[in-house]
Design a protein around this ligand. Structure first.
Ligand code: PMT
Length: 328
């Protein structure tokens, strides 16, 4: 097998996306992933339901083939999990491809909360367990929305852990959804690692301490939006995210992504304000969506503003035959 160095495609140290798939083994559960997704997509193709493929949470980058240590990132999947609920509310079927153990739609209301654990919502009465009265009404609504989504087969939960796992499933998943053509939306909210260690360069066993400082060299991950936009999901509406920490870079980098990949929408957000404000950018428009202090006091979520905006863009995308909606 050729080494990564032999396969560098552009002299800048970035391998071609196809090469990545040749150099890495697919995840063991890929077949199972594909079977579940195909059944779900077939079902909704027949029903003519619009479907959104949401990616959510961070990818890990292992440092050893027999992994003890890895590099991770900050994302806990709040954006994706929250968005899934608003897409379901808007009538979409949702494929929720998330980092294992990150936030999940509906469950998120009762997990990962630093001030209250799941058992704190419960009380014991005689021999039975009940929901504490103060949480009852909200939990009833959340439970009923969750059960409706499951009963009506409108929510499919699929997971990933590593960068490689994510990329194989992204490729396979988007190709399966391609049969829905413009009825599919791709909502790429996952925080995907930009750097990784190719399998052939990784330590096989746990890296031993005692030899002083550890120096790591990470290769750049190929930009998978290129084949995703042009080949895997070319008829669907593609929404990527741009995350920055320097506000001066945010809009220029988001616009650069639109030009470079030729897709339809970038949602630009700053790390520190991502739950209060985002900018939805198409080739010809730029809209800032923000929560007011009043909204925040009333626990309004920014996703309740983002999703209707994207549904509107998707309406235009479908009615124009997947070409003109984002050019205006
Ligand atoms: O999960 P939370 O804690 O709620 O946080 C939400 C979020 C901040 C992670 C989310 O709103 C967000 O911004 N996600 C995208 C962050 C990101 O990875 O940005 P990027 O600049 O690295 O990538 C831009 C786009 O290119 C992404 O949509 C990604 O799908 C795509 N990409 C990234 C790397 C890569 N190798 N190939 C890609 O195609």
């Amino acid at each position: 097998m050729p080494t990564t160095e032999q396969l560098l495609d552009n002299g800048q140290g970035v391998i071609d996306p196809d090469v990545f798939f040749k150099m890495n083994s697919p995840p063991a559960n890929l077949k199972d992933f594909e079977t579940k997704l195909e059944q779900f997509v077939d079902y909704h193709q027949e029903k003519k339901t619009r479907l959104v493929f949401i990616t959510s949470g961070g990818t890990i980058v292992p440092l050893e083939n027999q992994t003890v240590r890895f590099i991770d990132n900050f994302s806990n999947g709040h954006r994706g999990a929250c968005s899934a609920e608003y897409f379901l509310e808007a009538g979409y079927a949702v494929v929720f491809m998330h980092r294992q153990f990150s936030l999940q739609p509906y469950h998120r209301h009762y997990t990962h909360n630093p001030s209250i654990g799941f058992l704190d919502y419960l009380v014991q009465k005689d021999d039975n367990i009940q929901v504490d009265q103060q949480y009852n009404d909200k939990m009833k609504t959340v439970l009923s929305n969750y059960q409706n989504a499951i009963k009506n087969n409108r929510l499919l939960l699929l997971d990933f852990v590593t960068l490689s796992d994510y990329l194989f499933k992204l490729k396979s998943g988007t190709r399966i959804l391609a049969r829905l053509q413009e009825n599919a939306m791709y909502y790429l909210a996952a925080a995907v690692s930009d750097f990784f260690i190719p399998s052939e360069k990784m330590h096989e066993h746990k890296i031993q301490s005692g030899g002083g400082a550890l120096t790591l060299t990470l290769d750049q991950v190929p930009k998978f939006l290129t084949p995703l936009v042009s080949v895997w999901a070319s008829k669907g509406l593609i929404v990527s995210f741009k995350l920055e920490t320097d506000v001066n870079l945010l809009v220029p980098k988001a616009r650069q992504a639109l030009t470079r990949y030729g897709h339809q929408v970038v949602v630009a957000n700053m790390l520190s304000t991502r739950k209060q404000t985002v900018t939805v950018i198409t080739k010809s428009s730029q809209q800032v969506l923000s929560l007011t202090p009043e909204d925040i006091a009333h626990h309004v979520e920014i996703e309740s503003r983002i999703i209707p905006q994207l549904v509107h863009i998707h309406d235009g995308w479908i009615s124009s035959g997947a070409t003109k909606a984002c050019q205006q």
